[in-house]
Design a protein around this ligand. Structure first.
Ligand code: SF4
Ligand code: SF4
Ligand code: SF4
Length: 297
């Protein structure tokens, strides 16, 4: 697969069709995979793809990375789950479909955190998203590399995240409040969850607005609650369950639980799942006269 990937990348750079290939490579000691940005055909041999290529590279297509945008039209190496984020970015007018060349990679799952890697991909070290994945064969791409996968996901989403959602749903309201307050209390406002998310692309985040100040900036339970709820709401109907925010959180707040709960609510209310159709807008930004809520009429 890697040879095919490198050949494609070389061809794109040599022809001038793209100016940079955003992909995965090894760190200097070959202990971790890391994002790399290849601009010269001779460097395409550095590109790799394996079970440790966890990062969702779509964040590098956003305006957070003007320096990468300045290089010219990019190609991006993307797993199906990463492509879901690209589809949302296209539907929200952040990326033009023709503005990016998507090299989709067939994927058989990745490790949840690279530190867990012990030489083989066992189900227990894979994130929940991989066990439920219906995009192992990339659903939107200009070229696909790798042998097709015949994996069939379960009909109902399963795994730790969904078990936890059911457990929290079954709690009394006061208990549920205490559950979330206990988690949000630990937030240190590092904003890693925001930085790693390709769908958190505002020029100026609400946390940085201080006239008026909407959210207390210190890591105080009151501001922590506001921050985490606002972020969850801003991602509602958009989050793709790529899991990068939870993976980046240094204090292990179960962000997938809150984000996936919101996705389930949106799925039920609007029959919508994000990241499958770049031509369809997320429901929270759509006005429809046949909306079931009266206030919209
Ligand atoms: S969710 Fe699917 S495409 Fe993404 S890493 Fe897991 S198996 Fe691969
Ligand atoms: S899982 Fe987290 S990082 Fe990924 S799209 Fe959702 S909010 Fe963003
Ligand atoms: S990554 Fe975790 S600790 Fe940092 S701001 Fe987000 S929720 Fe808080």
């Amino acid at each position: 697969m890697e040879n095919e990937l490198r050949r494609k990348a070389r061809e794109l750079l040599e022809s001038g069709e793209v100016k940079v290939v955003i992909g995965y490579g090894w760190n200097r000691r070959r202990t971790f995979t890391t994002p790399i940005f290849v601009t010269r055909p001779d460097d395409t041999d550095r590109l790799i793809f394996n079970e440790r290529c966890v990062n969702n590279l779509s964040v590098y297509l956003t305006r957070k990375y003007r320096d990468i945008q300045a290089l010219g039209r990019p190609a991006i190496v993307a797993k199906g789950c990463d492509i879901r984020n690209i589809a949302v970015l296209i539907s929200e007018g952040q990326v033009e479909r023709e503005g990016v060349y998507i090299i989709g990679v067939v994927c058989r799952g990745v490790v949840y955190r690279q530190e867990l890697w012990k030489g083989e991909l066992r189900p227990e070290i894979m994130p929940v998203k991989c066990h439920n994945c219906d995009v192992r064969n990339p659903h939107i791409a200009d070229a696909v590399v790798g042998e097709p996968s015949d994996f069939t996901p379960p009909e109902e989403p399963a795994g730790m995240v969904f078990d936890k959602i059911r457990e929290v749903d079954a709690m009394e309201p006061a208990q549920r409040w205490a559950f979330w307050m206990e988690h949000f209390r630990r937030c240190i406002k590092c904003y890693a969850c925001r930085q790693v998310c390709s769908l958190c692309y505002c020029e100026r985040c609400i946390t940085e607005k201080n006239m008026p100040q909407w959210i207390e900036t210190s890591a105080h339970p009151r501001g922590n609650l506001a921050w985490n709820l606002i972020r969850a709401m801003h991602l509602t109907g958009r989050c793709t369950f790529c899991g990068e925010c939870e993976r980046a959180c240094p204090v292990n707040i179960p962000l997938n639980v809150i984000n996936q709960k919101m996705s389930l609510v949106v799925g039920e209310a609007f029959d919508y799942r994000s990241g499958y159709d770049p031509g369809e807008h997320p429901p929270m930004i759509v006005f429809r006269p046949d909306d079931r809520e009266d206030f919209i009429k």
